[in-house]
Structure formats: structure tokens, C-alpha cells
Design a protein around this ligand. Sequence first.
Ligand code: ADP
Ligand code: GN1
Ligand code: MG
Length: 376
Amino acid sequence: MVQVTKEQRAEVIKNFRYAGVLVDARPYGSGHINDTYLLTFETAGGKHVKIILQRMNKTVFANPVELMENITGVTSHLRKKIVENGGDPERETLNVIPAEDGKPYYKDSLGDYWRSYKFITDATSYDKVEKSEHFYQSAVAFGNFQRLLADYPAETLHETIKGFHDTKARFEVFKAAVDKDAAGRAAYVKDEIQFVLDREETANYFSGLLSRGEIPLRVTHNDTKLNNIMIDDNTGKGICVIDLDTVMPGLAVNDFGDSIRFGASTAAEDETELDKVSCSMELFELYAKGYIEGCGGKLTKKEIQLMPMGAKVMTFECGMRFLTDYLQGDTYFKIHRENHNLDRCRTQFKLVEDMERKWYTMEGIIEKYNCLTQAV
Ligand code: ADP
Ligand code: GN1
Ligand code: MG
């Protein structure tokens, strides 16, 4: 997407209901999709108030209005439950700040869509596990999120990205990208292409189970990276689940798996020294324990049993998506250096291989917790 100009940002800021005088505005966060800014306002009493402002990615999200309908629906539902449970709805869920016209977004004169949230203070979103306890707490929080949305009317949710975790369909898109070779890069990545082609069964695994009714479709987050959760700086608890763009009907095993892919890796998603990349079984176990606890008995035994497969499928899918984007000329994920998507793809495939090696260890860990649950 075209860079945001200062004039564009100024127009947008004027059109939201903010109190006070703007004293600072800067790019913020390390998401791969939206353009996020941190704004600071000084109010009449001299207090500094922080705000999140985001330009939604219109290449990725075809219908920002429907997307915001999902977010206002989900956050109102969460707010109600948080209040009922005696929690603090200002910090434990995202709070949308309306535009001047009362809508939950603003469409600027260039046709870009923007939205704004209250900034969650005294909390941090981590790109890497710094304390293993944080990872455990993020698992409890993502599990709670799943539980709190268990009675959300799924049929009212728009599918913000069609077939988002339809790994089978993504495999077909990948093959088409190889055939088209739009950026002329296929010859450089023969090994990576072969890695994907050798794993068609992995790509198809969940679609078969779903169509046979062996696992349920639930309201899920679908992008459960560690940096999509705010960890409270004082208590170390997962205080708020953020980045709700992809909340849609999906699989709980995929939510579990995506967290493992990102947070249980011993290295960053774009690490270039592949020797550093492996899937930590200690972190895998901690997350499994926290997620099962957080879901509070809502998961079936079959879903729990499939958790290692969720980890492998999500990691494989993500690697395949990075490689597809590399082949298509880096049009989807934001990149910050040459070959960035290829570097990301390689870490994911290294993790998949490591999970394949550690398969029985992962199954053993999950079996242990599955025996402890009351799930059916
Ligand atoms: P992307 O889809 O690009 O990943 P996110 O919605 O995850 O965008 O936002 C990017 C980053 O901005 C997050 O990782 C987090 O650090 C920060 N952020 C987003 N919303 C808030 C919020 N309400 N309060 C504090 N930080 C936030
Ligand atoms: C994107 O938005 P962000 O950075 O949290 C992507 C996820 C990928 C992830 C890989 C809407 O997540 O699906 O798993 O990058 N989000 C979207 O880091 O495509
Ligand atoms: Mg994010």
C-alpha cells in the first residue's frame, strides 16, 4: 500500500472524537498488516492520553465496514461478559473510538479506511517470549477469549478474509503462484517449493475432519500471535486480546497451533540463522496447559488430541503463505528488507521439520493433559 502522508494523517485525526491537543504521533508496533500509529494528546488538566490509530489494509481486507461491524459486535459482547465477571472493560477488551460522525471508522479523501482504539496502558505486546510465565498467561487469555465467545452468534460474523485458514485452498493458490512465477523467483527456491509439494496431506488434514463433522467450527481469533495479546506490566497476566480483524468461525486447534508457531519457537519469525530455530517442548507444554485451562472444558477430547497437528498445520500454512507472497512479489505481508518473506518462510519450514522430529513428544504431552480433563 502507498505510504501514509502527514497531510493524510492530519485529515484523519481531525475526523475522530479525540479530547485535547495532539502533542505526538509516531508509527507503532510490528504487525505485518495494518499501519499503526501511537498518538499522544494533552488534555485540559495537562494529562497525557495515548490513542491507537490504524489505517486498515485495504488489499487484505476487502470490506472494512463489515470488518468493523464484526469488531464492534465482538467487543460489545466481551465488554458485557467482563462487566458481569467484575473485570475492567476499559483494559480487558479493545475499545473503539468513534469518528466525528459516530461511525466506528473514518473513510479519508483518498478512500482509505481508519479506526481508532483506546490505548491499553501499563501493558506490553511481546514479539518474543521473554519470560515463560508470559507465554503461559497468554495461553490462558486466548483460551478465555475462546470461552467468552463460545455463545457468540457465529452466523452474524462476516468472513473478513475468505478461506483464511483453509489450508487446502491455500495449497492450490501456492501451486498457481509457482506456475505463474510472477516475480521470476521460482528458480531460486526449488527446495522450499518441493518442501510444500511433499506435504499436501498436511494441507488437507483439517478440511477432511471438518467435513466429516469430527471437529466443530467455533468462533475463533485466527491470528493468535504472542504480539496480539497485551500482557499486564504489573501482574504479568494476559490482560487483553487485540487484533480482532480475523475473528471468524474457525478451528480451536488452529488458534492453539498459531500460538505455538510463533511463541514456542526459540528464534524470531524472520531469523536468518536457521540453527537457532527450533520448537521448544517446554514452551509447547506450558501453552497447552494454559490454553486447555483457559478454554474451561469447552474443547472436546478430539480437539485436544489434535493440538500437535494444529501446531504443524498452522506453521506449514504460514510458511507456505510467506513463500507464496515471495513468489508473487511481496504484495501481502509488509517487508522490511530484501528476501524478508523468504527468510520468514525458511524459519517456518525449519519449525515444521523440528515438529515432525518431536512428534511423539508433543503427542505425549497432549495425552497427559487430555487424561486430566473432563472433556468428552
Ligand atoms: P496488525 O494487524 O498490523 O498486526 P495490530 O492490531 O496487531 O495490527 O496492532 C499492531 C500493534 O499495535 C500491536 O502488536 C500492539 O503492540 C499495538 N496495539 C494495537 N492496539 C493496541 C491497543 N489498543 N493498546 C495498546 N497497544 C496496541
Ligand atoms: C499477520 O497482523 P499480524 O501481523 O498479527 C497475518 C497472520 C500471520 C502473521 C505472520 C490478517 O498477522 O495470518 O500468521 O502475520 N494476518 C493476516 O506473522 O493475514
Ligand atoms: Mg497484530
